[in-house]
Every structure is written in structure tokens, then in C-alpha cells.
Design a protein around this ligand. Structure first.
Ligand code: DSN
Length: 439
């Protein structure tokens, strides 16, 4: 098959054709090995998921060749007729799914989306109040050593020592003292519901903007299983690849109240303020994912994600692990490992060796450094996409319990690996576009 013909192949046909297999075997072999690893691994990293063939197809399409700067009606390049239709569709789907008045689908990731909001709402050196990274916040919310911390005066709030949940009264007191220009509600390792209405009240009391970063919970919000920040926050940002199960990328949403005042400014802050040409193949994949997320099957998927998380958290608790904040309202949980006398780093490595991936994570008020940590973060989005249900959660809890107990011998580790393999065989991961198909 000639190279030019390869460009015409789309959809299911791609499964029967691999250009790389013939032309770049070195890369192809990495794809193949990684594909095998993913298939043989139980993915419990909370920010991971497994996208649909439609999302994969869009990402691998010829739209990657488009050079598109600017917004619809204000492009800096010609040849954008179809691309305009596509971006418009993606924006409409985002607005409809989340009940927003304005959507920007161009952010390369949620990091850029957040930075565009900072550029819009703060001058350099002004104050930002966000969740402490050590308590579940996110790097881009102003952690030390980040560009955000370099440009703005960052203050952080922590969870309560008593229940490990957000203490809104304390945040209000802090906000009154600090008088931030921007408050961020949102986290990457917080398992509980965030009260966005309450955050908005705090922001209003001190005259701050409220940014809700819903990257982790966007899929749950889309399914109506987690309160939407859109009616409350001035601006909402999200990544599209986590619970939302789309491509790696970001979106910015504005509700009715703020759209008139902020949409134009935020759009300009993103392009040309932050980014260059839009990634149209990724915008196409976002549009596909947003459409998928509006279907009843997606809501059902999210219900199973939540149920799996609750079952797994309860099972781990029954095995003697302490679950931070006593449980979860989302797809993720934090497991405190101190009762097992094992660090997060050691647990991550032991589990990886038997085919389970998690990430070490600080627990609130952790005395260990992030590189070591006293906990692990576990999420159920990716395994639920593979078809895992409550039965499999019981098995996974038992495996984790055995592998993280004392110093397990070779027999226990081998058995654990076999159990993982059995579960993975029962639920094959459908990486349709990277599956190696013999000629
Ligand atoms: N934000 C990081 C996480 O939550 O894992 C990566 O996207």
C-alpha cells in the first residue's frame, strides 16, 4: 500500500493496517509492547481512562495537518471552512453537555486553560488562594516551583485535621485576611464533593473571582452524579481525558453570569496570549467525547465508576486500610498506608510488579516528602471502561491486601500476578488502533 493511500484509511480499516509495522518497526514495537503492558495491567491511576475507538480515530485523523490560528470568523489562515464547522460543533456540544453559555475548546490541556484564567483575572504579583498540593490540590494551582507561583502570590488552604474535608469557614477567614483576586475550587486528590455554591459565596464576600477546576470530576458532572460548578463559578476549566474519557486536552466554560464580561478576555488570553495554532484533531476528538458523554450509556458507565469506587474503598477498609476522609464520593480514594508500615513509594512499586498501577500520594498532614508519601491514590475510571464491576473490586482489594501485607514471598506475589492476568484476560482493553494485526 502506498503512503498516500494510508491517509484515506479511517475507522475499522485501520485495525487491519499498520503503516508503522512496515516503515518504523522500532516505534511499532514500542506501541506493541505498551499495548501488551496496558492489556496485562489493572490501571488504577485516578486520572487515567480508556478512550473509545471514535476518540482514537479522531486523534489519528488527517486533521492533525491543519494549521489554524484564531477563532471562528477571525482566523489567521485560509482553508478553515470545515474546521470552523468542527470547532463550532465541539463548542456547542460542550455548552449543551454542561449547561454553559460559552465554551473554549482550544486549550492544549487544563494547565493552559488555568493559566489563561490567571492571565485574565490577575495582574502579576496579585494574590491567589487555592488548595494546598499536599492536601489534594493541583500543581497548576500555584504549587512551589511552578510558573504560577513565580508570577502570583499564592496562598493555600488545607483540609480539616479532624475529618480531612474542606473547611469552608476556615477558607472564608483566610480569604478575608488575604483578599485574593482569584480563588480556585478543585483538586486532583480530593475524594469528596466540593460545595461550589459555598465557594462562590466566599469569593463574593471578598470580591474575588472563582475558578472551578473540575478536571477530575467532569465526567461525573456530565452524568449528573456530581454537583456542577457551572452555575456558580465565574469560570470552569477541565481536562478532557480523565473521567470525561476524551483526548488529552482542556476546555474552558463560562456560565450565563460571567460569559458577557469574561469570554472575550479569556479567549484572547488563551490565544494569542498563551497558545498558538489550535490542535484540530484533538478538538475533533473532544467533540466525539462530548457527544459520547451526553448518551445514557455514559451516565450508566459513571454510575458503575462510582459504585466500583465505593465497593473498593469499603473492601480496603475491611482489610484494615484507613481511607482518607472515611470514604469517597467520586471515582477516587486515598489510602493511608501507615498501618501497614509501608510507604506510598514502596506500595506503588510492589503493585506495579504484579501488574497493578497506582500512584504514591501524600495524605493530609503527611510528614513524608511527596517522592515517598504515606499513601496511594486509587481511581476506578479506567478499569470500569474495561468492564470491571463489583466482583472484580473484591478481587482487587484482596490482591492489594496480600501484596501490601508484611513482606510477601514469591508464592503470594506469583498468585497475585496470576489473578491480575486472569482479570485482564476477562476484560480485554480495546486499543483498536494500536493492535498489531498480522499481514
Ligand atoms: N493532574 C494529574 C493527576 O491528577 O494525576 C495528571 O493529570
Amino acid at each position: 500500500m502506498k503512503y498516500s493511500e494510508a491517509r484515506l484509511i479511517t475507522g475499522e480499516d485501520v485495525q487491519h493496517y499498520s503503516f508503522l509495522q512496515r516503515k518504523d518497526p522500532e516505534i511499532f514495537s514500542i506501541f506493541n509492547q505498551e499495548n501488551k503492558r496496558q492489556n496485562a495491567t489493572i490501571e488504577l491511576i485516578a486520572s487515567a481512562n480508556a478512550v473509545s475507538p471514535g476518540v482514537l480515530e479522531a486523534m489519528g485523523s488527517a486533521l492533525t495537518d491543519n494549521v489554524v490560528e484564531g477563532y471562528i470568523g477571525e482566523r489567521y489562515f485560509s482553508g478553515c471552512q470545515e474546521i470552523d464547522r468542527l470547532e463550532s460543533l465541539a463548542m456547542e456540544r460542550a455548552k449543551r453537555l454542561f449547561g454553559a453559555a460559552h465554551a473554549n475548546v482550544q486549550p492544549y490541556s487544563c494547565s493552559q486553560a488555568n493559566q489563561a484564567v490567571y492571565l485574565t483575572t490577575m495582574e502579576a504579583g496579585e494574590r491567589l488562594l487555592s488548595m494546598d498540593l499536599m492536601h489534594g490540590g493541583h500543581l497548576t494551582h500555584g504549587a512551589k516551583f511552578t510558573m504560577t507561583a513565580h508570577h502570583y502570590e499564592v496562598h493555600s488552604y488545607q483540609v480539616s485535621r479532624e475529618n480531612e474535608q474542606i473547611d469552608y469557614d476556615r477558607i472564608l477567614r483566610q480569604a478575608k485576611e488575604i483578599r485574593p483576586k482569584l480563588i480556585i475550587a478543585g483538586a486532583s486528590a480530593y475524594p469528596r464533593i466540593i460545595d461550589f455554591r459555598r465557594f462562590r459565596k466566599i469569593a463574593d464576600e471578598v470580591g474575588a473571582y472563582l475558578l472551578a477546576d473540575m478536571a477530575h470530576v467532569a465526567g461525573l458532572v456530565a452524568a449528573g452524579l456530581y454537583p456542577s460548578p457551572v452555575p456558580h463559578a465565574h469560570v470552569v476549566t477541565s481536562s478532557t481525558q480523565k473521567t470525561l474519557r476524551g483526548p488529552r486536552g482542556g476546555i474552558i466554560l463560562l456560565g450565563e453570569q460571567a460569559a458577557d464580561q469574561l469570554s472575550r478576555k479569556i479567549d484572547s488570553a488563551l490565544f494569542p496570549g498563551m497558545q498558538g495554532a489550535a490542535h484540530m484533531h484533538i478538538i475533533a476528538a473532544k467533540a466525539v467525547a462530548l457527544q459520547e458523554a451526553s448518551q445514557p450509556e455514559f451516565a450508566e458507565y459513571q454510575r458503575v465508576v462510582l459504585n466500583n469506587a465505593r465497593v473498593l474503598a469499603a473492601d480496603l477498609e475491611a482489610c484494615g486500610f484507613r481511607i482518607v476522609s472515611g470514604g469517597t464520593d467520586t471515582h477516587l480514594m486515598l489510602v493511608d498506608l501507615r498501618s501497614r508500615d509501608i510507604t506510598g513509594r514502596e506500595a506503588e512499586s510492589r503493585l506495579e510488579n504484579i501488574g497493578i498501577t497506582v500512584n504514591r500520594n501524600l495524605i493530609p498532614y503527611d510528614v513524608r516528602k511527596p517522592w515517598i508519601a504515606s499513601g496511594i491514590r486509587i481511581g476506578t475510571s479506567a478499569i470500569t471502561s474495561r468492564g470491571f464491576g463489583p466482583e472484580e473490586m473484591h478481587t482487587i482489594a484482596t490482591i492489594i491486601d496480600k501484596v501490601l501485607k508484611g513482606k510477601p514471598g514469591a508464592q503470594i506475589l506469583n498468585q497475585a500476578r496470576q489473578e491480575v492476568t486472569r482479570l485482564c484476560h476477562q476484560h480485554t482493553k480495546n486499543n483498536s488502533f494500536t493492535v498489531a494485526v498480522p499481514w
